[in-house]
Design a protein around this ligand. Structure first.
Ligand SMILES: C[S@@+](CC[C@H](N)C(=O)[O-])C[C@H]1O[C@@H](n2cnc3c(N)ncnc32)[C@H](O)[C@@H]1O
Length: 227
């Protein structure tokens, strides 16, 4: 198969699903009422321990940038919220290794970690972490109807996201993903809605790619716990 060059404009998401997934309510309620019991992988436990040590002497508010890719957004968020600590989590070593620091502007209040959020979020809940913000920027869409369980809100780890609290921000170029995420939050009793997102400056590689290709971007923000 011919490989797409980096300059090829990204395709719009296409799906065999036309509206909110018919199984969303059942799936979310099932996950809300049953604990996710998958055993933790040792490398995620180690990664979580490293983060906990880094946080131990620092009382600052905490921001999580889940699915951070190369960590560009993590760095930008650290710059934007200098009083906070920002942790970027991604399971791909290849992406994380592409992280670029600007030599002339040292930013110390962030850290990148290689871990799977399925474990990392639950370990953070076990350790009673409470977030100020939680960013989920352009998670993989899993657009086929049969892939609901791979989307954040269709996954068994969704309750851990709720328990981590703070203000959650999810962005995607696939409106249905954001609509469905907002619907899942509503099922869990949280106020949420989709709105268009117009970046003044893009803060992730995917955001830049979609925005420059003229695709619409969508966002859902929800306050999961009191400030
Ligand atoms: C579409 S990319 C978006 C990356 C970045 N947020 C951006 O906007 O450029 C999705 C990222 O999610 C990561 N990812 C997917 N599933 C994950 C999981 N369960 N735990 C941690 N990272 C995951 C992938 O490695 C990938 O870097």
């Amino acid at each position: 198969m011919k490989k797409r060059s980096d300059n090829t404009p990204p395709r719009e998401v296409t799906s065999n699903q036309n509206g909110i997934h018919p199984n969303l309510v059942t799936t979310v309620n099932k996950h809300l009422s049953h604990a996710f019991q998958k055993p933790y992988a040792q490398h995620n436990i180690e990664a979580f321990k490293d983060c906990s040590q880094w946080l131990a002497q620092r009382p600052n508010p905490l921001i999580l940038d889940s699915f951070c890719g190369t960590g560009e957004s993590t760095r930008q968020l650290a710059r934007l919220f200098p009083e906070s600590l920002v942790i970027g989590v991604d399971k791909s070593a290849v992406r994380l290794e592409r992280h670029q620091q600007e030599q002339d502007e040292p930013i110390e209040n962030y850290r990148l970690v290689r871990a799977d959020v399925d474990d990392f979020w639950r370990l953070a809940v076990d350790a009673n972490w409470q977030l100020k913000h939680h960013f989920l920027l352009y998670p993989n869409p899993w657009p086929k109807s049969a892939q609901l369980q791979y989307r954040v809100h269709g996954s068994a780890v969704f309750p851990a996201l709720l328990q981590l609290g703070g203000e959650v921000t999810l962005r995607s170029n696939w409106k249905l993903y954001v609509d469905e995420f907002a619907a899942a939050l509503s099922i869990a009793g949280k106020g949420a809605a989709t709105r268009p997102y117009f970046p003044e400056t893009t803060i992730t590689a995917f955001e830049r790619k979609y925005h420059h290709a003229g695709q619409s971007l969508w966002e859902c923000r929800s306050q999961l716990t009191e400030k």
